[in-house]
Design a binder for this molecule. Sequence first.
Ligand code: ZN
Length: 237
Amino acid sequence: MTNAIFNQDPYLKHLKSRIKSIDGDWVELDETIFYPNGGGQPGDRGEILCNGNKLAIIDTRKGSSAGVILHQLETENHDLRIGNEASLYLDWPRRYRHMRMHTSLHLLCSLIPKGVTGGSVGELKSRLDFDLGDHTVDKEGLTDAINKLVEQNLNVSTEWITDQQLESNPELVRTMSVQPPRGLGRVRMVRVDGVDYQPCGGTHVGNTGEIGRLKIGKIENKGKRNRRIHLLLDDQA
Ligand SMILES: [Zn+2]
């Protein structure tokens, strides 16, 4: 198991840790601030400083055993060794945009009372797919509604519940295709005060006010009942 520091503190940008295992260009540390690709959110990038050398981390993924997080180095030719101390530096501007976008998707989710069939978090653009059925949505209405939620400066927090608590409240799961990981005994929940509460392993901002202005982009037809809704950070506004 890798100690996933981002679960408690998604704002930590630098961490000293120790190398636990190495497989070619893939490295595991005792602890990490790097989020591994999952739940629609891309793996973090950044740098690792070890033995006086700085190397780029080009991706972060989950390992094959539960709870293991692996960092992909830019090259297999490195002098990292098990037991070495190493410093991790997150590509913070990129990760922070992922945090703002991921929380935005939960806000969007709260505005559309339908099942989620897919989604992905990007740096400036993200999307959520809904099984809309007869439910109709319009771009302007959604843009207004989501920006109102942002402007309310709602607190965002995380907590853990047991597998059993989730089993007894299946309506908490909004995603139709992907189920949260079970079997670990506990499930991480993300709460946007008064607005949204669902299982999620992603990294989020602490307050919706940090998101800034949002814009609903294209709404695409993806099959008879499915609609793909694009969401953009409106940083130029
Ligand atoms: Zn999420």
